[in-house]
Write a protein that binds this ligand. Structure first.
Ligand SMILES: NC(=O)c1ccc[n+]([C@@H]2O[C@H](COP(=O)([O-])OP(=O)(O)OC[C@H]3O[C@@H](n4cnc5c(N)ncnc54)[C@H](OP(=O)(O)O)[C@@H]3O)[C@@H](O)[C@H]2O)c1
Length: 259
């Protein structure tokens, strides 16, 4: 399927690995010029070079912390008027909510809510003027099915979802869409680190913890990042202009509800 976005410019935040990288790859395959981002320069440079070779697209690596004002400035210096913005950032570690002091809570809300809003503030007016914009926010299945211990992530991301629900409607008439993609269990470094932590906590092997986790997924497997990237790229396509303000769960059937 031709997604109709060849030549469009995209910023994909937090994209040197995992789900962000998969989104960047799918957009590059669709012919976009893509700014990719991460804090570790070595990983980022390697990812940019591999992506450029694999897709033939122009890939611009920006080493920066997306949560910092300087980092955001660097991203927009590399691509001042993106047609496509994919918001992503690291999620918080598992923690008992009793262990969250005020500063940790504020940091979590900044990381998984405020940063995305700030980036959208920077990107949206030129999108409205051009009558084309696609914004995808990577959140989490925990927005719909909260996980104990990831309470800060669930809360901040649900806050982002509600915050942007009104914003999405305010720009829909200018062919600017804002959607959310909610990952369930995807095979990334973050997922593997979480499985290692679970195995350690329960005193079981990595394989046993992995099997336990996969057992909770009706699809009986973990998702592959490319599957996630493809869905993100479709939400950025020319054809997706009538989809906005939506939460798209990609979780192998893990969420048990029909709506
Ligand atoms: N994988 C899953 O199954 C799953 C499920 C639910 C939700 N999620 C959420 O989806 C998001 C992506 O997860 P993932 O599994 O792809 O994670 P990952 O494999 O750990 O990759 C995270 C990426 O983000 C970059 N990054 C992290 N913090 C950054 C920052 N402050 N500024 C710029 N780049 C940053 C990392 O590069 P550097 O470290 O070099 O900065 C890396 O490229 C996370 O918010 C996660 O909580 C994932």
């Amino acid at each position: 399927m031709d997604l109709g976005i060849a030549g469009r410019k995209a910023i994909v935040c937090a994209s040197s690995r995992g789900l962000g990288l998969a989104c960047a790859k799918a957009l590059a395959e669709a012919g976009c010029e893509v700014v990719i981002n991460g804090r570790n320069q070595e990983h980022l440079t390697a990812a940019a070079s591999a992506l450029g070779k694999a897709t033939g697209a122009k890939i611009v690596p920006v080493t920066a912390d997306v949560a910092s004002p300087e980092g955001q400035k660097a991203l927009f210096a590399a691509c001042p008027e993106p047609d496509i913005l994919v918001n992503n950032n690291a999620g918080p570690p598992f923690r008992d909510f009793r262990d969250l002091d005020r500063q940790k809570m504020l940091d979590g809300v900044i990381a998984n809510m405020v940063v995305a809003v700030e980036l959208i503030q920077k990107a949206i007016d030129p999108m409205v003027a051009k009558k084309f914009g696609r914004i995808v926010n990577i959140t989490s299945g925990s927005v719909k099915m909260p996980l104990v211990g990831l309470d800060l992530s669930s809360g901040a991301r649900a806050g982002l979802t509600a915050f942007l629900a009104g914003v999405a409607r305010s720009v829909a008439g200018s062919n600017v869409t804002i959607n959310f993609v909610l990952p369930g269990t995807f095979d990334t470094d973050r997922f593997r680190t979480n499985i290692e932590a679970t195995a350690k906590k329960k005193g079981i092997s990595y394989d046993a913890a992995f099997a336990e986790r996969v057992g909770t997924v009706p699809a009986k497997r973990v998702g592959q990042p490319e599957e996630f990237g493809a869905a993100c790229a479709f939400l950025c396509s020319a054809q997706s202009g009538y989809i906005t303000g939506q939460n798209i769960l990609i979780d192998g059937g893990a969420f048990p509800g029909a709506f």
